[in-house]
Write a protein that binds this ligand. Structure first.
Ligand SMILES: NC(=O)c1ccc[n+]([C@@H]2O[C@H](COP(=O)([O-])OP(=O)(O)OC[C@H]3O[C@@H](n4cnc5c(N)ncnc54)[C@H](OP(=O)(O)O)[C@@H]3O)[C@@H](O)[C@H]2O)c1
Length: 256
């Protein structure tokens, strides 16, 4: 049986929209319980209404995961509502512009959300997964994690953090039956590019054929978990893998 089809309770951050909502929809039929986290209570309630079905318990928490209070509340939920056997650290946003002119509070909040919240929730969930002898942690990174991205410097750096953390963590917990995956979406249709903090970037220049649906990105993630491919990094397709390969070679040339 695959890693996620045995999941009993999945906790998904950023479940009120986009990729997180797609995880919730695709995991609902395979779980006994879902714990959904986002900021917007109304949007979360809409997702809960879409998901409601006999035999599925759904808890939702409208919290800001850039704050200590928000993270503490979800760590507490992991203790009370678990054992969480799948954790999807997905909530995220990007802040467009030159770092030297940026709003530092927003950049630091992004570090809190992508890095600190992912660490805290993983740290809270992993002992229960170890106890169960199984579990899945998915960290949602980005194709933008493999190379420096001008005007998204902190975003790319936080996602690179998730790549390294995920790969090391997998080595540490593999023997406990726990799978770690680091999903690296490319351009994905969601609310991401219309958030205020991305004003100034122009995603309309991205050719139509490069856009993925959130449903398809999540399907790639879950299919990799289902397959014999135990790679930590999950890139959406062959073109993405080639792009990353070329970029890593180009970066390595700087050290030669
Ligand atoms: N879309 C892309 O092109 C793309 C590409 C690469 C990687 N990604 C990554 O994919 C992940 C999901 O993004 P998406 O495309 O699904 O974007 P989205 O549609 O904007 O959804 C983002 C989700 O994160 C939640 N969130 C944001 N800030 C939060 C906070 N402070 N506390 C709690 N929840 C928060 C949002 O909650 P509210 O709606 O309630 O505010 C929402 O549920 C992100 O980590 C992003 O970096 C996206």
């Amino acid at each position: 049986m695959s890693a996620h089809s045995r999941t009993e309770i999945a906790l998904i951050t950023g479940a009120s929209a986009g990729i997180g909502r797609a995880y919730a929809l695709q995991l609902a039929s395979r779980c006994k319980g879902l714990i959904l986290v986002g900021r917007d209570a109304e949007k979360l309630a809409q997702v809960v209404a879409e998901l409601e079905q006999p035999g599925l318990s759904i808890d939702s928490f409208a919290v800001d995961l850039t704050t200590t209070e928000g993270v503490t509340r979800i760590m507490e939920a992991i203790r009370q509502k678990g054992p969480v056997t799948m954790l999807v650290n997905n909530a995220g946003f990007a802040n467009y512009g030159k770092f030297a002119e940026s709003d530092l509070d927003i950049e630091m909040a992004m570090v809190n959300l992508h890095c600190n919240a992912s660490l805290a929730l993983s740290r809270a969930a992993l002992p229960y997964m170890k106890n169960e002898g199984r579990g899945v942690v998915i960290n949602v990174s980005s194709m933008g994690s493999f190379f420096p991205v001008k005007n998204l410097a902190v975003y790319a750096a936080t996602k690179a953090f998730l790549n390294m953390f995920s790969q090391a963590l997998q080595q540490e917990v593999k023997a406990n039956g726990i799978r770690v995956q680091c999903l690296c979406p490319s351009y994905t249709i969601s609310d991401f590019s219309t958030r205020d903090t991305l004003a100034g970037s122009d995603s309309s220049k991205v050719p139509d054929e490069l856009w993925w649906t959130a449903e398809d990105i999540v399907a790639v993630s879950l299919a990799q978990l289902d397959s014999d491919n135990s790679a930590v990094m999950c890139l959406p397709d062959e073109d993405s893998r080639k792009l990353v390969h070329q970029s890593l070679i180009a970066q390595a040339a700087e050290f030669a």
